[in-house]
Design a binder for this molecule. Structure first.
Ligand SMILES: Nc1ncnc2c1ncn2[C@@H]1O[C@H](COP(=O)(O)OP(=O)(O)O)[C@@H](O)[C@H]1O
Ligand SMILES: [Mg+2]
Length: 239
């Protein structure tokens, strides 16, 4: 077993939603450990609990029961303020719909988390430039989202997720809005970040093709983790 640092230690998480008279058991005793340097895909049919799990792992929501430790810190005891602080510093998010500010440049979009973190302008710009260069957008600093392709917009979003040096990046269907060529470019970037910079990523995906480009697959069914296994022959685009 790997001795890499344990980043995520989720123990018997449950999440129950009360819908009037009915209880919806969105997660049923799901346990998951993720170590530094992993690339994990979470798969499963619609309604199986993927978003519920990601929201808890991303400190956007709390479990009904069970313990969640993020970098040894027990997250489900924390106040909302501490939770959002941890979220801002330790977790990077990439969404299917990019979630960029439309009227502002790639640079400004990537700088935004650093503005919230109170980091000065010079340092911000240096880090934003470096993050954009890491995703191959060194020549697109001043382009606005509508002047970029979908794949390029997602690369801006990846740069934004990287810029605060998070412990882990959570990507919910990051290629869901992209054609297959752009999807593979995005997976190549995540693979390069993983191999060269040891960036840890968790993906939610419906697509087997995407999961095959990661190192481990966790499959949810009806709120339970039913499969958790290494990908036998990870398809490396970037080597
Ligand atoms: N806020 C909510 N209130 C009530 N039920 C919810 C809520 N969010 C999710 N659910 C239910 O929990 C189950 C799991 O949902 P979700 O985690 O979104 O699944 P997935 O992302 O795999 O499609 C579904 O039955 C869904 O209807
Ligand atoms: Mg979902």
């Amino acid at each position: 077993m790997s001795t890499n640092k344990l980043l995520i230690d989720a123990r018997e998480l449950t999440k129950t939603y009360q819908m009037g008279e009915i209880k919806v058991h969105a997660l049923k005793s799901a346990s998951l450990q993720v170590r530094e340097g992993e690339m994990v895909s979470i798969m499963g049919p619609s309604g199986s609990g993927k978003s519920t799990l990601m929201n808890i792992l991303g400190c956007l929501d709390q479990p009904t029961s069970g313990d969640y430790f993020l970098e040894q810190i027990k997250v489900n005891d924390l106040s909302d303020n501490r939770l959002s602080e941890i979220r801002g510093k330790r977790i990077g998010f990439v969404f299917q719909s990019f979630n960029l500010l439309k009227r502002t440049s790639a640079m400004n979009n990537v700088e935004l988390p650093l503005i919230y973190a109170g980091i000065g302008r010079r340092e911000r710009q240096k880090r934003a430039r470096s993050a954009l260069e890491q995703v191959g957008l060194g020549d697109r600093f001043h382009h606005k989202p509508n002047e970029l392709s979908g794949g390029q917009q997602q690369r801006v979003a990846i740069a934004r997720s990287l810029v605060s040096n998070p412990a882990i990046i959570l990507a919910d269907e990051p290629t869901g809005n992209l054609d297959s060529t752009s999807s593979m470019e995005i997976m190549a970037i995540f693979q390069r970040l993983n191999l060269d910079h040891n960036i840890t990523t968790i993906f939610v995906t419906h697509e087997r093709e995407i999961a095959e480009h990661t190192k481990r697959v966790v499959r949810l069914a009806d709120g339970e983790i039913v499969v958790d296994e290494a990908v036998k022959d990870t398809r490396w685009i970037y080597k």
